[in-house]
Design a protein around this ligand. Sequence first.
Ligand code: COA
Ligand code: MG
Length: 297
Amino acid sequence: MNQLLPRPRRSVLFVPASNSRAIAKLASLDCDAVIFDLEDSVAPGAKAEARETLRGFFAARGDGGPECVIRINPLASEWGTEDLLAARACKPDAILLPKVDTPRDIHDVDDMLDETDAPPGLRLWIMVETAKAMLNIGPLAEFGRDRAARLDCFVAGTNDLVKETGVLATPDRRYLTHWLMQMVLAARAGGLDVLDGVSNDFRDIDAFSRECEEGAAMGFDGKTLIHPAQIDAANRAFAPSESAVAEAQAIVSAFAQPDNAQRGVIAIDGKMVERLHLEQAERLLTKAGRSRKEALP
Ligand code: COA
Ligand code: MG
């Protein structure tokens, strides 16, 4: 894990940076993170005003609250450089890069952030949404092992993957599943978090809940959302279950006993438990225990 302390990222809500009304609503929402979008959900003519709206929001932001991330336009686009400088000045928790194809795309942003003396705590998230990113997924994940590279999280960009590859988008996501699983595998190899893609049909919450359950079973840390109505289902599906928390507590307590201090493997309720399970249990408990402390401004 690249971040200093694992934080829950069960529900990660996109909000167009141009939509002041939706932004005003955030304080009342129980999502773990918010992605303020300057890219595809903001019309070309509205980019400058959207940056202004973000400056206002972040200037008033207090401590605590959900993790706040800004998605910029690709650096090579006409808005990229201005977006990056504006985002950096806002002091978000992370900047999300869209349409990343190769490691070069991450290097370029890292270089610009270093040139502006961006704090080391400012992390990078990337959208995995192009055919090239899928082909480069291993080298992209490698950045997770280099703290100076800032990379912290993959976000599956399923709408763009469908658009670019021409696969059929079906309710069971059968033609996307292979790529989604590759993202999870690569993220784990790099010690990164990984978030499932959005579900466009925000009125069908039953179908959405099923997709969240599936995403959790596939190993995603959480889901990206487009509408407040999706938050509760994601929080439920991606929270560790009560039984998982109880099991983790039992593992931590067992290894804390003096008799087990020097042991690498023990038995709990007839099951083998190793120190790797202890690490897993501690991580689960840390994530489960971290919750929002303060509301947004
Ligand atoms: N974040 C915060 N609030 C949101 C929201 C979001 N993503 N989406 C909707 N809301 C708010 C609306 O502002 C509205 O608030 P109000 O009651 O104060 O008027 C309320 O939730 C109900 O919204 P609703 O009328 O059901 O939806 P809508 O027609 O206004 O918006 C979308 C539908 C899809 C356009 C909108 O949800 C949206 O823009 N989502 C994010 C899109 C995005 O960021 N895409 C990029 C990544 S894929
Ligand atoms: Mg996209």
